[in-house]
Design a protein around this ligand. Sequence first.
Ligand SMILES: [Zn+2]
Length: 474
Amino acid sequence: MTRKTIIIFLSLLLFLSIPVYGYSNTGNVNISNIALYQNIDYSSNIVDVLSINDKVTILNDSNNWLQIKTSDGKVGWIEKYFVNLTPEKYVLNTCGSRVNLRSSPTTSSKIVGQAECDETLKYVDTFHSWYIVEYNGREVYMASWLGEIISYGKDKIYLIDDKINIRNEPNASGTVLYQGNKYDSFDYYGESKGWIKIKLPSGEYGYVAGWLTAYNNNNFINGINGYKKTTDNLRLRVGPSLNDKIITVIESGEIVRVIDNMGEWDKIITASGKIGYSYNEYLKTCNPLEGKTILLNPGHGGKDPGAIGYSNKFEKYVNLDVALKLQESLKNLGAEIVMTRTYDTYISRSYRANMSNNIKPDIMFSIHHNSLGNHNYFGMSTYYDTKNNANGYLGKKLANCIYDNMVQINGVYRDGVYDRNFEVLRKTDTPAALIEIGFMSNEWEERNFHLESFQNEAVKKLSLAIIDYFQSVN
Ligand SMILES: [Zn+2]
């Protein structure tokens, strides 16, 4: 083939692989531990059990189900509302000159191409403050501070709460143009500084805080699921009636997630990820964290301010704000919470690790916000230590659960999960993880995580992550 025919052939292939409804043909699983079925049928073979944030390719769409392919090539069917479809996104080079495209997310990596001024490239993801874009059929990196994420209004975003302000700028000081309510949908036009650009009914563009939006309009992913415990052996059926086929029998005492209710029947997900309906007389509401002790450790305090933010605010305060909200949320889910500090006081890191060794909680979770001399950097990262902590493999599991749940928040970008020997992870054998929610040193990210609404959404995802962790190790 000549170069020209190859290009025509490749463009045709690209055209054919993009579904007509606009979304890119990829998505992410939005719930942990969920079965992938061979057919559109809860009683068909289970091809795989998917985890939250697994990236999938959409092959087919039938009624309320999607046929998907996992990253390791397994193909099966899943209900649509368990997958967040990724909107079609592009990166526009806005820096006013040519931009280098690189082989990895660092300015010292190999230059593999260039993007012209005002050129757009297909967006894949954001990692380590770099955009991953498609260039000549491969994934390359472009510095995020040199471009912006745009789109053409073909995909929808949904609001997850009532009375959400839509503003004329991507920050909370912008003028309010409109107020929207839960499940309202808008066309997606891109994102900036963790805020999403949408078109209002008036035809005007506006910005909504990313964390108050979802790419899917189901109600259970946007809050904490309902949890119930079986009080007897219970039949799981393909539909809500005694005539429906039995899939399996759930043992007495198992905790299940309830995703819908139809009178005397609940639609549930079992601990092993199977979906079906059960008669709910033998399903009692329960607290999924009952019997668990959690040590929460808001970083720094007192004479140690931690990072000093772009706006000169201290990290120690925002760590404590999040920790106190998380304490409340986890208590409501049945856990017993011990705090290393509940006010602005200095405690050494080794004292905190010792506290963990004395109390022997089920997990220890430390909350921090990051900082760097380079103000361009943003993103959320989590940490564990498998070299020094005897239960480091559990800490790793916890760090992964936290990361995969937190990146479900629009406006929270990936900065990685790392094995590091931080003192509060190293000097204890409690399963321990640490989060850096974002960068105090980045102007817009710092502004976002001081907002009450951002902290509330972060706490919801952290709570779900901790439930996921305990479900996975039980
Ligand atoms: Zn810190």
